[in-house]
Structures are given as structure tokens and as C-alpha cells.
Design a protein around this ligand. Structure first.
Ligand SMILES: Cc1cc2nc3c(=O)[nH]c(=O)nc-3n(C[C@H](O)[C@H](O)[C@H](O)COP(=O)(O)O)c2cc1C
Length: 288
């Protein structure tokens, strides 16, 4: 199961056994955690998540787009404002342009479908304009956060639905390398931000993805009160688990902490996203 692209129905059934549950937890943590975890097909499916970056070229089954949007719209939404939208991109030239924005990530051009998830404050702005009602509340950073959170929850619901159907996805935060190029390509009005893309396709069984381990629970879970990080030993163990994962994937065995620190070393490590505030202002967002 760990090395396959998808969990088949048989895997879900098998995951009901204590051995399969232990195997799923071992894959998720790269260790044998003593965790009291309830188990069903939904939990098993969530724990089996892996990002897929290699897709078969075949088209998606009929109804996939409608299914994922229904799942996305079923996510919670702040005050039910539904401040998100999504653009479904299938045109090869448009996908190639998005791939360029994402510094040439091949899966963006290769996936049959690329979804661009939007924080969308323009709908409420237009409604206010039509009704001659004030919408000054949209000019605050809080509302951008509402839109970003709404878009993320919607996209993740879509991802969970797609994975349950045997499809694979990869988020593309790299679309924020150049939000203005994405806005121009997709005709986005002011007050709309492409938060990230999501490539969707059939996982290529010849290039399978595996479950990537996560930090131990006691690093991320604080009970009752936040405990400042004392995670030295846990991080060292996690680096070792990540090196094992990377070896299994034929990747350089870089571990986690060095790469994570490199990703945040300074503005130069943000792939152009250090300019995001000024771009948002140009795109009409008030960030009061
Ligand atoms: C918001 C967001 C943006 C991401 N952007 C990219 C991206 O641009 N390219 C990519 O290959 N993976 C991207 N990823 C995937 C992460 O690298 C991946 O989720 C992480 O390494 C954990 O691996 P897993 O999803 O297989 O567990 C992104 C994930 C998220 C949540």
C-alpha cells in the first residue's frame, strides 16, 4: 500500500485490520507511533494521502469536475460568504503558460486538468455595487484571509474526493510566483487572487508516489497551552525518517530540517513571492 499510487477498495477493507492500520501509521510517521487512532475508510483514505506529480495523459472520467466542485462547495465557509471561485484549465497552451509561471513544473503542463483556486472578493463587491450598498469591509486584510482560507478548505475537500476516486493531485503554490501573469491569462478581475493551482489526473503507475512521513504528533500537538519548541531530538528522528523516504524514492537524501530552513532563509528563497504585498495592492486588495 505505501508504494502504490492509490488505495483500492481492497486496501480500504484491508486497512480495517490492526496490521494494516499499523502500516498506515508507520508510513505516515516513518516510525511506529503508539497512537490510539479510530479507523474507518475516511480516516484510512486521509492517512494514505500522497502528492502525485506523474500523471497518465488520459482524460478524466465524465463528471469529475462536477463531483470535485460539489465536494469543494460542501466545505465550511466563513459566515457562508463563499469568497472563493475556481477556474478549470484544460487548454494545453494555457497549461503551458501556467507551467512557465511555476518555473517549468512539468506536471502542470502534463496533467489533463489544472484547477486554479481563487480568493474571490469581487463577487461581493459587484453585489454591493449593484445594490448601492457599502462594501468597505472588503478592504481589510481580514477579508483576504477569509478568501484564502475558504479557497484552501474548498480545494482540500476536492482533493480528498478526488483521491477517494483513485485520482491524484498536486497543489501548485508556485502560481503565486507571478499572480499578475495568472490574472491576465485567466481574465481575473481586481479583488481576485489565484491562491494556488491543483493539477488533477490519473496517477501514472509507472512512476508511483509514496506516503511522505510527517513530524511526530507531540511536535505539532499542544495540549491546553502552547509549549515553545523543544523538538531537537524529534526533528533529528524526523530527518532520519525523511532520508529513508527520500532513499526509497530515489531522491537526494537531504532530510527535512535543512531544506525547510533553506526555504525560509530570506526573500531570495521565496521565488518572487516576496513582492506579494505590492502585487495584492495593485490587484485591488485593501490590506488595512
Ligand atoms: C499550498 C501548497 C502549495 C504547494 N505547491 C507545490 C508546488 O508548487 N509544486 C509541487 O511540486 N508541490 C507543491 N506542493 C506539495 C507539497 O510539496 C507536498 O504537499 C508536501 O511535500 C508533502 O507531501 P505529500 O503531499 O505527498 O504528503 C504544495 C502543497 C501545498 C499545500
Amino acid at each position: 500500500m505505501e508504494n502504490g499510487n492509490r488505495m483500492s477498495d481492497t486496501d480500504h477493507h484491508a486497512a480495517a485490520t490492526p496490521q494494516a492500520r499499523a502500516a498506515a501509521l508507520r508510513a505516515r510517521y516513518g516510525a511506529d507511533p503508539a497512537l490510539d487512532v479510530a479507523w474507518n475508510a475516511t480516516v484510512a483514505g486521509l492517512l494514505a494521502h500522497r502528492t502525485v506529480r506523474a500523471f497518465r495523459p488520459d482524460p478524466l472520467p465524465a463528471g469529475t469536475l462536477e463531483t470535485l466542485v460539489a465536494a469543494a462547495q460542501s466545505a465550511a465557509s466563513s459566515s457562508n460568504l463563499q469568497t472563493w471561485s475556481v477556474v478549470a484549465v484544460e487548454d494545453p497552451a494555457a497549461k503551458a503558460r501556467l507551467s512557465e509561471v511555476a518555473r517549468g513544473q512539468r506536471h502542470v503542463a502534463e496533467a489533463p486538468l489544472v484547477l486554479v483556486w481563487l480568493a474571490d472578493l469581487s463577487r461581493l463587491e459587484a453585489l454591493g455595487r449593484d445594490r448601492a450598498k457599502a462594501t468597505d469591509g472588503l478592504d481589510y486584510l481580514e477579508m483576504l484571509m477569509v478568501g484564502v482560507v475558504d479557497a484552501a478548505l474548498a480545494a482540500q475537500n476536492a482533493t480528498v474526493a478526488l483521491e477517494s476516486l483513485g485520482l491524484g493531485t498536486v497543489y501548485i503554490g508556485a502560481l503565486r510566483n507571478d499572480p499578475e501573469a495568472v490574472a491576465e491569462l485567466l481574465g481575473l478581475p481586481p479583488n481576485v487572487l489565484a491562491v494556488f493551482g491543483l493539477c488533477v489526473g490519473h496517477p501514472d503507475p509507472a512512476r508511483p508516489a509514496a506516503v511522505k512521513p510527517r513530524l511526530p504528533q507531540d511536535v505539532v500537538l499542544h495540549r491546553g497551552r502552547y509549549e515553545p519548541a523543544q523538538a531537537g531530538r524529534a526533528v533529528a528522528a524526523y530527518d532520519a525518517a525523511m532520508r529513508d523516504f527520500q532513499a526509497g524514492q530515489g531522491m537526494p537524501q537531504a532530510g527535512w530540517s535543512d531544506a525547510a530552513l533553506d526555504r525560509v532563509r530570506g526573500p531570495g528563497s521565496l521565488s518572487g513571492r516576496d513582492r506579494l504585498r505590492e502585487i495584492l495592492e495593485r490587484r485591488g486588495f485593501g490590506l488595512k
